[in-house]
Design a binder for this molecule. Structure first.
Ligand code: ZN
Length: 231
């Protein structure tokens, strides 16, 4: 099984829970709001995450499906989110056998990112932590590296006929690493020494680059002030 098949299976299992979580959060009239929606410390209702993830999937899944159909030269058929998701492993397979490896990678990354969103909304993932350092591998665009949040994965031995796991267990994994979500580079703690060297090189490179293209804007704000004063 590829990682994409695992991710799609997990998405199909978690997807119905999004709607359920929303109902639970909104059930304010009779029952108290679950999951801390009334907590004044947060201000925002917790279901904003759930709403966001639902909207994101309803938009992103058909969009990705339409794109994938184009890549594998298949007519696009309108389906619901679940229907589209079920076809994704097959499209991925087709891309791999037709040597569209880049597209296959893009599809796998899209599914991975949807799963991350859903898990974040359902409390099965903690947010990424920004590291305050730009990825040393590229200057354009500059992207801040992150330490990935912890992620829960469903562990189960098999699925029932409706595709639900039998006796699932939730297992949390923590990834200790510095990661760039843009280019996919990642460094384990044992590689931080090398990463430090790359970061210093990148800093030096960017300083050089800035010196070469010195912005001619230094006088702009003063010029604007002078213009304002004159009017
Ligand atoms: Zn990068």
């Amino acid at each position: 099984m590829t990682a994409l098949v695992d991710d799609v299976t997990e998405l199909l299992i978690l997807w119905p829970h999004l709607a359920a979580a929303l109902e639970r959060d909104a059930g304010a009239s009779v029952e108290p709001v679950v999951s801390g929606g009334n907590d004044p410390a947060f201000g925002l209702p917790v279901n904003a995450d759930v709403l966001g993830a639902l909207a994101h999937l309803r938009r992103e899944v058909p969009f990705t499906a339409a794109w994938a159909c184009g890549v594998v030269a298949e007519p696009w058929v309108g389906r619901d989110v679940e229907g589209h998701l079920r076809h994704m492993p097959r499209w991925h397979e087709r891309m791999l056998v037709t040597a569209a490896a880049d597209d296959a990678g893009r599809l796998a990354a899209a599914v991975r990112s949807m799963l991350r969103d859903v898990k974040l909304a359902l409390g099965l993932r903690t947010p990424d932590r920004a590291l305050g350092q730009f990825c040393p591998m590229h200057d354009e665009p500059l992207r801040e590296m992150i330490a990935p949040g912890s992620e829960a994965r469903l562990r189960y031995t098999r699925l029932d006929r409706a595709g639900r796991p039998i006796m699932p267990a939730v297992e949390w994994t923590r990834h200790d690493a510095a990661v760039c979500r843009y280019c996919g580079a990642s460094w384990a703690p044992s590689q931080y020494l090398g990463l430090g060297r790359l970061l210093r090189e990148a800093d030096a490179r960017r300083v050089q680059e800035n010196l070469r293209s010195t912005p001619s804007s230094s006088g702009t704000s003063a010029g604007n002030l002078a213009a304002e004063g004159a009017s």
